[in-house]
Design a protein around this ligand. Structure first.
Ligand code: DQA
Length: 139
């Protein structure tokens, strides 16, 4: 099972960024735990602050990997291009958010990702990514 995790803008600052919302663990630290928890999964990880780079990675993993876990961060709410990329590929995409986007400002309530995603997991902190892996594993 090959799963690509793609994180969008400002998620490189996890651990330092608004810890009251996003926690105090860096994604690199968390990824080590995830790899340990799911030894049967081959993970790829990519983060970018650049919209086009995220689209290129979605395309790259979108045809022969088993799943993509996508936290498009702020681009979730703005990017028609990322929504179109998800529609264009074959690999199932699980949309993930660390925070509960529906409990926050109204501009975070709309997602260009959701309608083309297999499902959405939000609000469980970094555990949202574990739950996304479980969903792809059929657990
Ligand atoms: C986020 C929620 C987005 O609204 C925000 O722009 C982010 C992170 C989350 O994981 O909770 O950068 O996707």
């Amino acid at each position: 099972m090959r799963i690509a995790i793609i994180n969008g803008p400002n998620l490189n600052l996890l651990g330092k960024r608004e810890p009251e919302v996003y926690g105090s663990t860096s994604f690199e630290q968390y990824l080590e735990l995830l790899k340990h928890k799911y030894p049967q999964v081959q993970f790829a990880y990519f983060q970018s602050n650049v919209e086009g780079e995220l689209i290129s990675k979605i395309q790259e993993y979108g045809f022969d990997w088993d799943g993509i876990i996508l936290n498009a961060a702020a681009y979730t709410h703005t990017s028609v291009g990322i929504g179109d990329a998800i529609k264009a590929i074959q690999t199932p995409v699980v949309e993930v958010h660390i925070s509960n986007i529906w409990a926050r400002e109204s501009f975070r309530h709309h997602s260009y990702v959701s309608s083309n995603a297999k499902g959405v997991i939000a609000g469980f902190g970094l555990l949202s990514y574990d739950l996304a892996v479980d969903s792809l594993l059929g657990k």
